[in-house]
Design a protein around this ligand. Structure first.
Ligand SMILES: Cc1ncc(COP(=O)(O)O)c(C=O)c1O
Length: 402
């Protein structure tokens, strides 16, 4: 088995998977702890879908993606769109409007654009938008609200997974008392589940309280529901119910719906009808989008069933992993599909990760500074017999004991 230096090694692994920028996005740089060989040495598994305990979904390679598109096209010929209008894009928009109970839905090239345009249009001439301090819209959208849309984002809930009604009221009171020029608060944003809190859920009661208050004060509400299907799968609160508390809802097409990219924004017709003009202004109008829409629609149709099966398989898997001496797996408060995995000191997590990758094409993330691996469950566990995955971990841990 030819070993290559770590950096080259990691790069070639990521390149092979088409994931060369992923470590930048991962909370604890999931690849850090891996010492990998140039390719999986076990041919039995190298052509199979990787079982990954790292990503938001299947981590499909270009080849997997093309095969999936062909499968979808064979079942029912995919109809093209024209600049995002018609064909399978229209079918996807109709399906999302139905699932969220909103009048309309529209396809956008990215979730960042969906979030930004939603708050811009909901806010109208008002400038202030309240956002969670740990949210993507506040920390990861390059200050687009301030620099492009003339909106001022005001963060709430620093140091917490989510803000509650009291945090919100205190912030609004403070602004009212301490600002001379009343330029107006228009919109409150909630992200659910919360990416920077390891996918934990904002409790339904908290959302209800905030929504009732906003209704009374005439503030609009936007949901960054990039991964809302995961919140629904674990909380058993339907997408329809979550959406009912918000004026606009954004959902990602590439997190758990496995498209190569894209986003959906749902809301009242009078707002959604303004979006395509705004997309054009921002240079985001793309000639054809059917390849994203077809894949997202395919997975959307079975998402509830897929997650019921995924959760039940994951319970079996984790119950078995917990039986192995030195393995500790813990759920998080209000948690969803991300768990804290800790290995005892005599188990070398780098050796384990390398073994699982080389022998079984199973991907495990690296430990953070506190020695915790964020162990992420996704439907890739359904692509193999669960007993086989358990056996792989048992073998791996045996090999990785010092
Ligand atoms: C919670 C959340 N909102 C919005 C986005 C933005 O999505 P996009 O990459 O499509 O712009 C992301 C992407 O990681 C996200 O995690």
């Amino acid at each position: 088995m030819k070993k290559v230096p770590f950096e080259n090694n990691r790069r070639s692994f990521l390149k092979k998977c088409g994931l060369s920028t992923i470590p930048l996005l991962l909370p604890a740089s999931a690849m850090n702890a891996m010492t990998l060989t140039e390719s999986n040495s076990n041919k039995l598994y190298s052509n199979k879908t990787p079982v990954n305990f790292i990503f938001d979904g299947l981590a499909m390679s270009p080849n997997d993606y093309l095969i999936k598109l062909q499968e979808i096209n064979k079942t029912k010929a995919i109809e093209t769109d024209f600049y995002g209008k018609g064909g399978v894009v229209k079918l996807l928009e109709e399906k999302f409007a139905m699932l969220t109970g909103k009048e309309k839905a529209i396809y956008l090239p990215s979730g960042t654009m969906a979030n930004q345009l939603a708050v811009k249009l909901l806010n109208g001439n008002k400038t202030k938008v309240i956002v969670p301090e740990n949210a993507h819209i506040f920390r990861d959208e390059a200050d687009a609200a301030q620099s492009v849309h003339n909106k001022r984002l005001i963060p709430v809930g620093k140091g917490k997974a989510f803000f509650n009604l009291m945090d919100l009221e205190n912030t609004i009171d403070y602004l009212n008392k301490n600002e001379v020029f009343k330029s107006g608060l228009g919109t409150i944003v909630i992200e659910n589940p919360v990416r920077r809190a390891d996918g934990s859920i904002v409790p339904l009661e908290t959302i209800k309280e905030i929504a009732a208050y906003c209704k009374q004060k005439d503030y609009k509400m936007h949901l960054d529901g990039a991964r809302i299907h995961i919140a629904s799968a674990y909380s058993k609160v339907s997408l329809l119910e979550y959406a009912s508390y918000f004026d606009t809802v954004y959902i990602s097409l590439y997190k758990y719906l496995h498209a190569a990219g894209g986003a959906i924004l749902c809301g009242e017709a009078k707002l959604i009808d303004q979006i395509s003009h705004q997309i054009k202004i921002l240079g985001g109008t793309v000639f054809q989008n059917w390849h994203n829409a077809a894949v997202a629609l395919h997975y959307l149709e079975k998402i509830d069933e897929i997650w019921e099966k995924t959760i039940s398989a994951s319970i079996k898997l984790m119950d078995s992993l917990k039986q192995i001496s030195g393995v500790n797996l813990e759920s998080l408060t209000n948690g969803t599909n991300i768990y804290n995995l800790q290995l005892s000191e005599n188990i070398n997590s780098k050796k384990l990760a390398a073994y699982l990758y080389n022998e079984y094409n199973i991907w495990m993330g690296g430990a953070n500074g506190a020695g915790v691996v964020k162990f992420t469950i996704n439907e890739s566990i359904l692509t193999r017999d669960i007993e086989e995955i358990i056996k792989a971990w048992e073998h791996g841990i045996k090999k990785a004991r010092d």
